[in-house]
Design a binder for this molecule. Structure first.
Ligand code: ADP
Length: 353
């Protein structure tokens, strides 16, 4: 059943069209990922769903109610929505106070103690009540942000790149909590992410945004199984190649990308797959390096782009791979067009769809 209906939604900032004619339905209970590269319009979309900003044109219906309604009704709708922003928004006060506040403004004073306790337990921070929120570690703070959005039992949870700056352990903690809330409490989840593997692993439905336009939307399996449009969306941000995967041991496959290139990837998938390797995850050197990384490819530098502090190179190893290194290591390695180089990357840094 449709909970959020987005019709012809457009948002313009000055000259910039941040979102263009988006039509989308999100059902009650969906775990919906909004995927796209940086600048695609994900944050703009979530801020409109959170009723923080107003559309330039088009409309958003919540449960059939047009959200361009009088302020009082709009506020009542807003209070059913929990949002976790990219940047933590926290009071310089105790964790308890930070969780009590969203309950107070919703007139849920009599539930404060019980809900704060339950929510801290849910996010694994029991005992943190008296700690000052702003002195916590990054991972703990993000869990407090999530708790702030969950404490009043929202019917919709909006998450803007909730794990972007976290270490792998905290990423999996946050992902597990959000899945539990979606599954056990039936909260509808809408999560923006640039990480395609995260969308595939967590969400049931996905919308792909590129430069403010909706490229595709549907079930995760269905959208990710026809990668052509999808790959174009990420071209340049990831090295993306189709290939054939054969499992060589549990959790490790050899993927044949054609052109005599075979790479090892940490995955259980086999058969036709698409692999993604982020340029930042590739180590570049002028001689083969001693490393536990499974993949070492030899190639020739074919393009060099100056990106301020960083340098992006294209390296032909039979196929072209994009690699990003710091300007300092670029100078140190004395690279030129036609330089011979080695690309090294771990099996675990490869995303496989
Ligand atoms: P994403 O979250 O996918 O990285 P955003 O929604 O933040 O993308 O931004 C989409 C586009 O709109 C970008 O080009 C961005 O620069 C622009 N934009 C976003 N917010 C504003 C704003 N307040 N004023 C001007 N331009 C903005």
């Amino acid at each position: 059943m449709t909970l959020i209906q987005v019709e012809n939604l457009t948002k313009v900032y000055g000259e910039k069209i941040a979102l263009r004619n988006i039509d989308l339905k999100i059902d009650r209970g969906d775990y919906f990922a909004v995927v796209g590269p940086s600048g695609a319009g994900k944050t703009t979309f979530l801020r409109l769903l959170d009723l923080l900003d107003e559309p330039s044109s088009g409309r958003i219906l919540f449960d059939g109610i047009d959200t361009a309604c009088p302020e009082e009704e709009r506020l009542a709708l807003r209070r059913k929505i929990g949002m976790v922003f990219q940047q933590n928004v926290m009071l310089n006060a105790s964790v308890y106070e930070n969780l009590a506040y969203p309950l107070r403004i919703r007139g849920m004073r009599n539930k404060i103690d019980a809900r704060v306790n339950e929510t801290l337990q849910l996010v694994g921070l029991t005992g943190f009540e008296r700690r000052r929120a702003l002195t916590l570690s990054g991972g703990e703070m993000q869990r407090v942000s999530l708790a702030q959005a969950l404490v009043f039992e929202p019917s919709v949870l909006l998450l803007d790149e909730p794990t972007a700056n976290l270490d792998p352990r905290n990423v999996s903690i946050i992902e597990r909590i959000v899945s539990e809330v979606n599954r056990n409490e039936g909260a509808t989840v809408v999560m923006a992410t640039h990480d395609i593997a995260q969308a595939e692993n967590t969400a049931s439905k996905v919308a792909i945004l590129r430069e403010g336009s909706l490229v595709e939307a549907g079930d995760v399996g269905q959208v990710f199984s026809k990668p052509s449009e999808f790959l174009a969306t990420f071209a340049g941000l990831w090295n993306a190649y189709p290939g054939d995967a054969v499992l060589v041991e549990d959790g490790l496959a050899v993927v044949d990308l054609g052109d005599d290139i075979r790479i090892e990837a940490a995955t259980r998938k086999k058969g036709k797959v698409t692999v993604f390797i982020r340029p930042e995850d590739i180590l570049l050197s002028t001689s083969p390096i001693q490393s536990s990384a499974r993949n070492i490819l030899k190639g020739i530098v074919t393009e060099i782009f100056d990106l301020d502090q960083l340098v992006q190179l294209k390296v032909n190893v039979g196929k072209e791979f994009a690699v990003v290194i710091t300007k300092k290591s670029f100078k140190h390695l004395k690279l030129n067009l036609e330089s011979q180089v080695y690309l090294t990357f771990k099996a675990s840094s490869i995303r496989v769809l």
